[in-house]
Design a protein around this ligand. Structure first.
Ligand SMILES: O=C(CO)COP(=O)(O)O
Length: 215
């Protein structure tokens, strides 16, 4: 299972969480990545943790003020990027353009989607993975894998029907090892989570609890 910790724009200690994530990953053998704000990519990558951008813009080098250039994210140390997160939605053509940009910069890609139909459409664009995150469960206490198991299973089926080489992750409300276990049982290859770690009093304990069933 792949665990991607999205720090969003939370007032979290990005470098502290990244360092902890690297240590917990090494101790447990579980693949854990951290997605900080674009301006903190280099600081997070310097900790040695697998580092992901939260977004890249569908642009090439040129006159694109305020964009997040995929090449710049890669130079800062990003290994991959989220695209079309629920809080950073893109139009279809821009998802396609952002995937092209990420591919040019050799970033691994996860395209986020609200539901299984969108997962199928996202899988058709050829990302490395897709992630289903029901917006109404994001930031809540109940995990998608417990509250809406069907949506995870349907997302796995939708992606498989289009391209079985595209992995499916799920996210929203994931905070415990039990949630992670349930996601895996439903066919997900990994989870995206944010508040469960970024807002935790003890991010190390939160991450350790999360990966416990896998270690
Ligand atoms: O949006 C998410 C991860 O990208 C999920 O957020 P929460 O883990 O806070 O529900």
């Amino acid at each position: 299972m792949f665990v991607l910790v999205n720090l969003k724009a939370y007032a979290a200690d990005a470098v502290g969480i990244a360092t902890t994530a690297r240590e917990v990953s090494e101790e447990s053998g579980v693949r854990i990545a951290v997605a900080p704000q674009a301006a903190r990519l280099a600081a997070v990558a310097d900790t040695g943790v697998e580092t992901w951008a939260q977004h890249v813009s569908p642009v090439e080098h040129g006159s694109h003020t305020g964009s997040t250039l995929a090449e710049a994210a890669a130079m800062a140390g990003a290994d991959g990027t989220l695209i079309n997160h629920s809080e950073r939605r893109l139009r279809l053509a821009d998802i396609d353009g952002a995937l092209d940009a990420a591919e040019r910069a050799e970033l691994e890609t996860i395209v986020c989607a609200n539901n299984p139909a969108q997962v199928g459409a996202a899988a058709a664009l050829g990302p490395d993975a897709v992630a289903v995150e029901p917006p109404e469960l994001i930031g809540g206490d109940v995990s998608v894998s417990q509250a809406d198991p069907d949506i995870v299973e349907d997302a796995v089926a939708a992606a498989e029907a289009v391209d079985d080489s595209v992995d499916v992750l799920c996210g929203a409300g994931i905070s415990s090892g039990e949630d992670l276990d349930a996601a895996g049982e439903l066919g997900a290859e990994g989870v995206l989570l944010a508040s469960g770690v970024a807002k935790a009093d003890d991010p190390r304990a939160a991450l350790a609890d999360l990966v416990e069933p896998l270690s």
